[in-house]
Design a protein around this ligand. Structure first.
Ligand code: SAH
Length: 220
């Protein structure tokens, strides 16, 4: 069990109020984000900023998403207890922890070995039971599908057909779609075998979704 200070709890509470003021009103999502100790997912250099509503660098040239972004994606995903979700881009593991805190069964893929290892250790220490994969999210994890939700936490211009096919009918896929500098948050709701309803939900900036397992820091 990891102990945490009153200070972290207080800062987290203020962050939740800030998210509320920015229009997030899904209590299940706010409740989960109010419990997950975000500071434990950050590098020491950024610890004191852990409860600011900002993205920060993590290892391997990647970032932990801004809390507001995590909230928007989680609300759009629209999943709950015992639903099965595939995440592409484990990163720090924070988004996976928020989903697990909501009672979701999480399967998460990362292409950076260091992040895959770190997240596995951190989430294990925190008592979350999550399935981790080192691999290429473009392939998904068909053997555990179909999923009630798929959340892509890296930017891609094209949504892989393989991932759309791993969604159950009625399931939802959330993806920041676009090129490097700006992406539009896009929701795909699978209505039938080849029928997807697509809606868009504002602009965001993510690190790119890249192919294959990484051979080093992506910003080198
Ligand atoms: N969900 C993360 C955000 C991580 S940033 C969090 O809560 O911290 C996006 C992550 O996607 C990076 O770690 C990057 O390495 C990873 N990524 C990029 N392309 C990928 C791919 N094809 N498959 C799996 N992971 C990928």
């Amino acid at each position: 069990m990891i102990e945490e200070s009153f200070e972290a709890k207080g800062k987290r509470k203020r962050l939740i109020e800030e998210l509320r003021s920015k229009g997030i009103n899904d209590e299940r999502v706010l409740g989960a984000m109010g419990k997950v100790p975000r500071h434990l997912f950050m590098d020491d250099a950024f610890l004191r900023h852990a409860y600011q509503d900002k993205a920060f660098p993590i290892a391997a040239g990647q970032t932990i998403s801004q809390p507001y972004t995590v909230a928007v994606q989680t609300v759009l995903l629209g999943v709950g207890k015992r639903d099965k979700v595939l995440e592409v881009g484990t990163g720090s593991g924070y988004q996976a922890a928020v989903l697990a805190e909501m009672g979701v069964k999480v399967y998460t893929i990362e292409r950076q070995r260091e992040l895959y290892r770190k997240a596995q250790i951190m989430l294990g220490d925190l008592g979350y039971r999550i399935h981790f994969f080192l691999g290429d999210g473009y392939e998904g994890q068909p053997q555990y599908g179909p999923y009630d939700g798929i959340i892509i936490t890296a930017a891609t211009a094209e949504v892989p057909d393989k991932l759309l096919k791993q969604l159950r009918i009625g399931g939802r896929l959330v993806v920041p779609r676009g090129e490097r500098d700006s992406q539009v948050m896009t929701l795909y709701e699978r209505r039938g075998e080849d029928d997807y309803e697509i809606t868009t939900h504002g602009y965001f900036v993510f690190v790119p979704m890249l192919r294959g397992i990484a051979n080093g820091n992506d910003r080198d």
